[in-house]
Design a protein around this ligand. Sequence first.
Ligand code: ADP
Length: 450
Amino acid sequence: MFTKILIANRGEIACRVIKTARKMGILTVAVYSDADADSLHVTMADEAIHIGGSPSRESYLLSEKVIEAAKRTGAQAIHPGYGFLSENADFCRMCAKEGITFIGPPVAAIEAMGSKSAAKNIMEKANVPLVPGYHGDDQSEAVIKKAADDMGYPVLLKATAGGGGKGMRQVWNESEFSEGFAAAKREAKSSFGDDTMLVEKYLTQPRHVEIQVFCDNHQNAVYLFERDCSVQRRHQKVIEEAPAFSMSEELRAQMGESAIKSAQAIGYQGAGTVEFLLDIDGSFYFMEMNTRLQVEHPVTELITGQDLVEWQLRVAAGEILPKAQHELKINGHAFEARIYAEDPNNDFLPATGTLDFLQPPLESEFVRVDTGVRQGDEVSVFYDPMIAKLIVWDESREKALQRLAKALSEYRISGVTTNIDFLYNLATSAPFVNADIDTGFIEKNQAIIF
Ligand code: ADP
């Protein structure tokens, strides 16, 4: 096992990784920007190295600086967290060149999943079900439009380089195609510098159900069940839960096995998430694979009793998976709500300011708070304005939901506008309680949750 690792991230996920490393007796090195000089992850780590200015492109996105910090401190491995360098194949290659272990999948797996169309080609060959659509090389509007016309509207245009819901456009009928195509390409070009497009059948009431997988370097692969992340705003997750509601054991096993097939098709190692759309008729389709630890991993930890960061460290150090498939069981139900500094009454505009008063709910076996901030800290303009993740567990969905509502009602934050009231309204709304949920949930229920 490593004796010292560097965490190439900030905020709650840096703190989360440090906690597990500490538990395992591994020393930690934090890196930080100007704005984060006094932040919690810096205080928690055994050592901390300043790597640059506040904007992430001057610090957390600078591969060279991060690697230099690892070399200087003698860290044997780098945990990238999520975002920043976590899915950057060049960074992964640089680590290898310097003899530093990248705590994540092999470069080839990151690259294979880096393009949505390349990923679809691979999954098609591996017999993983795909949403009907076109993801070919011929990028002429006529060809892509013909594919849309043939499969019938509505369709969804997606940037193959896309992520975070950017470069996506629904097109409801033939006459809107040209305009939507141009708009999606423009957004893709400006967000990713690449306007290659694919088109898919737009499912009108799907659920987003994703499978947590883990593979080691000894041919073992398991799935740690599913998370339902259907509650989204602009294709960004708001509340996640595990297990997914109304899943038969049969469907669970089918999706789990498909996810493992997807991972094995690209020689995967480490933690990965295979995202599927689950249609109302029970068919499911591969969407993409995220080659990193997900924001919402704690709900999986709470229902399986496993520490996924520990699994990542063990696999990266060459150990075999801590558990075999038959040893993994679902216990109870968990929810995660993302507490954000943002204004739900003003189009969710990110909020900034000082956390003058901050009192999270009391933590227990039922309530967990993953955060990277303390009272008095600043929520700045430089980074994602997530303040914390509130994660709750109980024996049943109903009881866990009561825990969530209570914990949200106990959360006290002043100084910065937050989405806590919005989350409370959402979590206590009748359709949420009744699990009448698909990816259109927020839009459909605006009248009752705002
Ligand atoms: P990104 O990489 O930008 O996050 P994804 O391909 O993962 O994009 O899709 C994000 C979300 O968009 C999904 O969780 C789902 O809610 C919605 N979505 C994606 N593809 C479809 C589709 N074919 N039909 C309906 N909704 C979709």
